[in-house]
Design a binder for this molecule. Structure first.
Ligand code: ADP
Ligand code: ZN
Length: 725
């Protein structure tokens, strides 16, 4: 007897689906419970068919059907299936990672009904004396007399015994109902006061509005403070008025309550956030509400690209160059690139905004594939810091800062301004060394020096997270003469407090800003002038604006000038430009100083003299000459193993699975971080000027690579369009 068969995507790292027998009706995209090996897992129906290649006697039936409808809208389902192929990642894992955790675990996709309380006695001639001795119950009953309330809301102000008292006397009753839908939020939409756009902004807004309701991609290139966000706001306005929803993607640590407030203050539409700091319950609630069309604007980080929408009208990717849009493990997608694909399916526009566009995006804009919109003038009261190099060769240095710069800092501080000192190195000192024998305390599992953290009084490995007590004597020669080398943000903070005892120093890095609330509070303190000197890492470069800062000091970026990664120059220039862009207002023209031992370095010279735009265009020429992305397409095979020889051998065999006449193959070579957590890391780069050729080669090679006997003994992965090496 023949059954209907379903192809099910199961969340396992295998590049295939699994057949199950259908006993109840199922639809594509619905979740089902299936038995996989000995486990019960949530799978997703990819398709149904009448015949399986596997002997039907060996197939198991689907245990239970969870959804009567697909949990993915059609465009999302198509996007995810496409992404699974493009990124060469197992379909089961791709579909699962696109769902809120609670849906992965089988919870219902529909919002459950809420519990409500309402009064159930006739209150016209109610004898209130009955409640004489229960004043709280009286208050509650009076309140419910004005209308029913969700039980959860009542519990915020009234104790359970108070509620139970009224329930027992049957003065009130509890019932379940679905909350009133907010689907029609756009009716009666109001827009708060807005600035009159300047000429460039007007041109951009007009161009963007003309792109509505059709597919197209635009790059909005404009320095920090040039009014990009204002352009986002004004160009989405007609969409919201028409009841369309808008998705705004922002970098991981760039999402601030201020950003959200700007959208929420402009439009009286429901605005929701999605980020990693939320609970699974909160995320599911946003997912459901957006899916039902009850949310006007969703602002979220990378994975928000998988949010379902009822009527999506536009996707905005703010700070599109930011590397946090690329997922670095598991399903290694790029949210910006998926935004483009999703928009094409939905026939809607995408707006990419940045002060320092990625070279990929810039290339597409220059070549005319994307609409290129530019904001050169400064909007409102923003101002760009003048930029300078400080040659620190042979200069006396205090806590990493040249003595001349200390004086300059003092000058700014005496005028009542703030100073920002940027150093991309957390901790107290990047290494601890024996002054007698020279041995450096290193993590055995990563072969890299430990960073000394004074605050926790531990040695931290920044690569694997390992922590050790600080030794009093050298591990090799046992001499009691340990010294620190180099300066991290903790030491800089301490040093600056000593140098400027009359001012308050604040440090912002991922060690002391773990919570969003804390970061928000600190940013408020800075902008209200409670502190005068800010020390920090990367976090300072993203999303925040410090109008009272007039001097930015970049302590040390020389290391990045000599990186082997071809993207290092691009990332460094973006970082420098972004840091400089955080400061200043028209009435306080700012300056940025970059300390360096390489004042003649062409990258620094070009960047500071001619700006990011010029630098980026020159770098594109170089990439073209060298045949590097965006003029070629890459995939990186990574492998790690306890035995270095095994990692090498696996990639050597993997290399043979490709047709070397079709693609360029580089490697196997050791990864830049050669050892991590005790595993040796190797990599193999596959490259072709043609996307289709690269994809075809990956398709044919991967099944053979998967079946190599070493494949189960090493850890390996494929990264299409890798961002870091
Ligand atoms: P960006 O997103 O490029 O950093 P914003 O949109 O945040 O720039 O604008 C910077 C500041 O200038 C904000 O305070 C904003 O309210 C203000 N602004 C933007 N456009 C205008 C304008 N046309 N007129 C007056 N102020 C403006
Ligand atoms: Zn380590």
């Amino acid at each position: 007897m023949s059954h209907l068969i379903a192809e099910i995507a199961v969340p396992v790292p295998m590049r295939r689906s699994f057949d199950y027998i259908v006993e109840q009706s199922v639809v594509e995209g619905a979740r089902v419970w299936v038995t996989f090996g000995r486990r019960k897992v949530v799978g997703i129906v990819l398709a149904t068919k009448s015949h399986s290649d596997v002997d039907e006697a060996r197939l198991k039936p689907i245990d239970a059907v969870i959804d009567t409808h697909s949990v993915f809208d059609t465009d999302l389902f198509t996007l995810l299936r496409w992404a699974s192929q493009y990124y060469q990642h197992p379909i089961g894992e791709v579909l699962h990672s696109a769902l809120p955790v609670r849906l992965r675990d089988g919870e219902s996709a529909e919002a459950p009904p809420l519990e409500y309380l309402r009064h159930c006695v006739d209150l016209t001639d109610f004898d209130w004396q009955k409640l004489k001795r229960a004043p709280r119950q009286k208050v509650l009953l009076e309140w419910l007399a004005t209308g029913q309330r969700p039980a959860s809301e009542v519990r915020q102000s009234f104790s359970q015994s108070c509620i139970d008292g009224l329930l027992k006397h049957q003065f009130i009753e509890q019932f379940e109902a679905y909350p009133e839908s907010q689907q029609h939020w756009w009716q009666g939409l109001s827009v708060a006061d807005k600035p009159t756009p300047n000429l460039e902004q007007s041109l951009a807004i007009t161009a963007l509005v003309a792109m509505h309701n059709q597919f197209g991609i635009a790059l909005l290139e404009g320095i920090t403070g040039s009014g990009k966000t204002e352009v986002y706001l004004q160009s989405i306005e007609p969409l919201l008025t028409a009841g369309q929803q808008v998705l705004i993607l922002v970098p991981e640590i760039g999402l601030t309550p201020q950003t959200v407030a700007r959208f929420a203050n402009r439009f009286n539409v429901p605005v929701e956030m999605l980020h990693s700091g939320m609970t699974d319950k909160e995320r599911l609630s946003v997912w459901r509400r957006s899916n039902e069309g009850e949310v006007g604007i969703v602002i979220g980080t990378r994975s928000a690209i998988f949010t379902p929408f009822k009527r999506l009208g536009m996707i905005v990717v703010d700070e599109e160059h930011d590397n946090s849009f690329k997922q670095q493990e598991g399903f290694r997608y790029h949210a910006r690139d998926l935004a483009a694909i999703r928009a094409r399916q939905l026939n809607i526009p995408v707006l990419l905004g940045s002060a320092t566009p990625s070279l990929e995006t810039l290339h597409n804009a220059i070549s005319g594939k994307y609409r290129h919109l530019v904001l050169q003038a400064r909007a409102g009261n923003a101002n760009v810091a003048s930029q300078h190099l400080l040659d620190i060769r042979d200069q006396p240095i205090l806590f990493g800062i040249a003595s001349g710069m200390v004086e300059r800092m003092r000058a700014h501080l005496t005028q009542g301004n703030q100073v920002m000192v940027f150093l991309n190195r957390r901790g107290y000192a990047p290494s601890l060394q024996c002054h007698h024998c020279g041995a450096v305390e290193s993590c055995q599992r990563c072969d890299r020096p430990y960073t000394l953290h004074r605050f926790s009084n531990r040695l931290h490995c920044h690569h694997c997270g390992d922590q050790q007590f600080v030794p009093h004597s050298c591990g090799s020669c046992h001499a009691h003469n340990m010294i620190t080398q180099g300066v991290g943000t903790e030491q800089l903070e301490q040093g600056l407090s000593e140098l400027f005892p009359e001012y308050t120093v604040m440090r912002i890095d991922s060690d002391n800003m773990r919570s969003k609330v804390r970061l928000h509070q600190t940013l408020e303190d800075i902008n209200s002038g409670k502190c005068q000197i800010l020390v920090g890492t990367q976090i300072l470069a993203k999303g925040h604006h410090f109008p009272r800062v007039t001097l930015v000091v970049i302590v040390d970026v020389d290391g990045a000038l000599f990186s082997a990664d071809f993207r290092a120059a691009e990332n460094l220039s973006q970082l420098i430009t972004q840091v400089a862009g955080r400061a200043g207002r028209a009435e306080h023209p700012g300056e940025m100083w970059l300390q360096t031992h390489q004042p003649g370095h062409p990258l620094l010279q070009d960047l500071l003299l001619n700006g990011y735009g010029h630098f980026a265009r020159l770098t594109l020429d170089e990439r073209k000459a060298a045949g590097l992305p965006p003029f070629s397409c890459q995939a990186l095979l990574r492998c790690e193993a306890h035995d270095q020889e095994q990692a090498y051998e696996f990639l050597r065999q993997a290399r043979d699975c490709f047709a070397s006449s079709q693609v360029e193959l580089l490697g196997p070579i050791p990864a830049p971080l050669e050892k991590r957590q005790g595993r040796f890391r190797m990599q193999l780069l596959v490259q072709s000027p043609q996307r289709a050729v690269l994809q075809k080669q990956l398709f044919t090679a991967l099944p053979s690579i998967e079946s190599l006997s070493l494949a189960n003994r090493v850890r390996w992965s494929v990264d299409v369009d890798p961002q870091d090496f």
